[in-house]
Design a protein around this ligand. Structure first.
Ligand SMILES: [Zn+2]
Length: 378
């Protein structure tokens, strides 16, 4: 995830019903753990420069081993130069089984670059973003191995130079391997193995449904029975585009952004593979795999929605996060006046939830407070 220029935020919740397409062989914790350790190992030098090049080669080998086709003609990589830097996106395709949906693609992605070696220190980037790269590989394996191959095509993409201002994803939308109007849904994940502020242990945030409310029931379905609290919240809580969904959002392509949130070891040499929560990563990967199965087999994908009607589940999620942070107010060193503000908001959210509705102006006040709080605790 790239560093915020200004303030940042988040939030979460879920429940569920039946899962339509459970795979015979679901995501595997051991394989996810192996991939995170490998990607975060000193061999790849924090996935920048020569080490980044080697990490890209490793990803190409994995995609070939899984049995996917190259996405860029006969190549798995897309070289680019941007902002005085040389980068390389890596991508593969899994064609859909339904010829009628041959012009409708879903992208599942994660950035694979990190910060490299700085001042002689290795920045392994285990959570940011080896976890989500491992997730994409594992979902690809499950879709190839399991029954019910998707009827709609899927592109598996690993972006480079996300940390330098989303350079890889910006280049990708300038030179996409399929026409942009054929990309019906863009999914990306950034940091899936820790917890927001080191506090919200079971929470997984899913952002972006403000532009495609029709995706919410699919997320809820996909979360059934998993040990996660899924917070479906607006991407505007983050103030700026914090990951590769940005260039797709600018093009009004429906998107989702999955993240377990910013943690105290964010962008530090302590973001090591030994302290990742692999059970949580496995649960998040399972949710995303189920979601991709549902979306890739749906008759139609939700279109971009400019309406942005507030939804009460978002308030519920934000209320839950504020309450959890307040429980740790000493540890988080939340100043007194801010505690009062947070308690007031938790109370107002409880009333809105009771009424079952929230207005646009109520949402604005809630988002402002959430943004200030996240800026304080992160
Ligand atoms: Zn980052």
């Amino acid at each position: 995830m790239r560093r915020p220029l200004d303030i940042a935020v988040f939030i979460l919740i879920g429940s569920g019903f039946a899962v339509p397409f459970a795979s015979a062989t679901g995501p595997d914790l051991i394989r996810l753990r192996e991939d995170v350790f490998r990607l975060a190992s000193p061999e790849f030098e924090g996935r920048r420069g020569e080490g980044g090049r080697a990490a890209g080669d490793f990803l190409i080998e994995q995609l070939q081993e899984i049995g996917l086709e190259p996405a860029f003609g006969d190549r798995f990589d897309q070289e680019f130069a941007s902002g005085g830097l040389n980068g390389r996106n890596i991508a593969a395709r899994l064609p859909g089984t339904d010829p009628e949906q041959a012009d409708s693609w879903i992208i599942l992605s994660a950035h694979y670059d990190h910060l490299g070696i700085r001042g002689g220190q290795l920045y392994p980037g285990a959570d940011d973003n080896a976890t989500a790269v491992a997730m994409v590989l594992e979902v690809a394996r499950c879709l190839m191995d399991g029954p019910n191959r998707p009827s709609r095509g899927i592109l598996f993409v690993f972006f480079d130079l996300e940390e330098e201002g989303l350079l890889g994803s910006q280049h990708f939308v300038r030179q996409p391997p399929v026409p942009l109007e054929q990309i019906g849904l863009f999914l990306t994940a950034d940091m899936l193995g820790r917890s927001l502020a080191g506090i919200c242990e079971n929470m997984l945030f899913v952002m972006g449904t403000e532009h495609s409310p029709g995706l919410r029931p699919w997320i809820t379905n996909a979360s059934a029975g998993l040990p996660l609290e899924v917070g479906i919240v607006g991407a505007d809580l983050l103030v700026i585009d914090r990951s590769d969904y940005g260039p797709f959002r600018w093009n009004q392509i429906p998107f989702l952004f999955f993240s377990t949130g910013e943690n105290p070891v964010y962008h530090s040499p302590d973001d090591v593979p030994e302290t990742i929560d692999y059970a949580k990563l496995t649960a998040a990967t399972t949710l995303i795999e189920r979601f991709v199965r549902q979306a890739s087999s749906a008759d139609a994908l939700p279109k971009w929605d400019t309406d942005r009607t507030p939804w009460i589940e978002e308030a519920e999620a934000i209320g839950m996060v504020l309450a959890q942070l307040l429980e740790h107010q000493e540890q988080l060193r939340i100043p007194g006046p801010q505690r009062l503000m947070m308690r007031g908001m938790v109370g107002r959210i409880a009333l809105w939830v009771e009424e079952g509705a929230i207005t646009t102006s109520q949402r604005s006040s809630m988002v402002r407070i959430a943004q200030v709080v996240l800026f304080t605790v992160l």
